[in-house]
Design a protein around this ligand. Structure first.
Ligand code: CP3
Length: 354
């Protein structure tokens, strides 16, 4: 189990990687860099291997997952790999009728809006996602000293897809349920942490060295509602994986007002979007946590000089942090020039070499 994997990790030097050191707030040889959504549509080699294979099917093929996960590591020289999957994969694995529609995102056939709809949810077992265990076995063998980040969707963001039935700008059905039927909302958010935690455990037991919980859309909530209606469920996920000792990263978009609470939920590293400078984010999060972020992904469409200037601002704001993992403030945009990402990795590494 996990102990054996930790031994393998040590032998390969993963534990001493700049990424894990930064997550643990230890001194680093350079600021580590990885990008949310680094594997995917910005890469021609990704489009090539994905040709004709639906997104969810590609997540279930261990050799393909391994290749796609490794592509940005080879091309950009990033300091960590992120397991290629999607936040709705565990929901699909327990039998929820859903699909990922190209250019749209996850679409759920029978949205959860009534108590009877809860019957769609059951616990996730490792056997439901045996392809994940297999893929991570292949991956860690290839990655050597480069850490692998496992991930899952946080309860609120998963609930949003389940209740809305698809992507949503205003999350109106989700909020109607949260405010209008608090007991049903509580029961829904009671079930999701078990599924999410089980999915993260599979990834850690198979060899993932860190995990990120994506609460991408939770920035839609006011702090008091987050604290009352969401934080307890996210905390259950973090508590369930605390015993492994792997860093736990927590990220959402537009979460400037929630950063302190997202740390309180149990994160070791708090992800920050581009709207809050990292020094201000550190004040909001408080001591004892590393930060991850936070270059605006749209900046990569500007000139190299402009990218370097904006990156310099991020690094300057991060200078006093206890630990900093460089990342974008959200995922890589699909039409990003991959060479701009490679140049950005080099720039951060040379600017922060100690
Ligand atoms: O490199 C990586 O980051 C790993 C791969 C990854 C995917 N989804 C693959 C994917 C990760 C980490 C995710 C997480 C994810 N999925 C999140 C959280 C991150 C974030 O962006 O906030 C969310 C909200 C989803 C749900 C989702 N899946 C959306 C909104 C979409 C459509 C938008 C899009 O980018 O196309 C997806 C589809 C999806 N997930 C694709 C990929 C590569 C595109 C599908 C395709 O290539 O056909």
């Amino acid at each position: 189990g996990a102990d054996v994997n930790r031994d393998v990790e040590d032998a390969q030097g993963v534990r001493e990687s700049a990424f894990l050191k930064a997550c643990r707030r230890e001194p680093v040889p350079h600021t580590p860099v990885w990008f949310m959504r680094q594997a995917g549509r910005s890469l021609p080699e990704y489009k090539k291997v994905r040709e004709g294979i639906p997104m969810l099917e590609s997540c279930m093929r261990p050799e393909l997952v391994t290749e796609i996960t490794l592509q940005p590591v080879r091309r950009h020289g990033v300091d960590a790999a992120i397991y290629f999957s999607d936040i709705v994969v565990p929901l699909k694995a327990i039998g929820i009728d859903l699909d990922i529609k190209p250019g749209v995102g996850p679409v759920v056939e029978n949205p959860i809006r009534t108590r009877a709809d809860l019957a769609q949810l059951r616990d996730l077992t490792p056997e439901d996602v045996s392809y994940v265990t297999e893929a991570i076995g292949l991956l860690t063998a290839e990655l050597g000293a480069i850490p692998l980040i496992g991930f899952a969707g946080a309860p609120f963001t998963l609930a949003s897809y389940l209740v809305e039935g698809g992507p949503s700008r205003n999350h109106e059905h989700t909020k109607a349920l949260m405010y209008g039927d608090p007991q049903l909302w509580a029961d829904l958010l009671d079930r999701l942490p078990e599924i999410t935690a089980a999915f993260l455990k599979v990834q850690i037991e198979a060899g993932a060295s860190a995990v990120q919980l994506f609460d991408s859309w939770v920035g839609a909530l006011a702090p008091a509602d987050y604290r009352r209606s969401v934080l307890p469920a996210s905390r259950k996920v973090f508590d369930a994986v605390a015993g492994y000792g792997v860093p736990r990263i927590h990220f959402g978009v537009g979460t400037g007002e929630l950063l302190g609470l997202m740390g309180e939920a149990g994160a070791d590293v708090v992800g920050v979007d581009w709207r809050v400078p990292l020094d201000e984010a550190a004040r909001r999060v408080g001591p004892g946590k590393a930060l991850q972020g936070n270059l605006d992904p749209a900046v990569l469409f500007a000139s190299t000089e402009a990218v370097e200037e904006k990156t310099r601002e991020v690094l300057d704001a991060a200078a006093g942090l206890e630990g900093h993992v460089f990342n974008l403030g959200h995922g890589v945009l699909p039409t990003t020039d991959p060479d701009a990402l490679t140049r950005l990795v080099d720039y951060v590494h040379t600017q922060t070499a100690r």
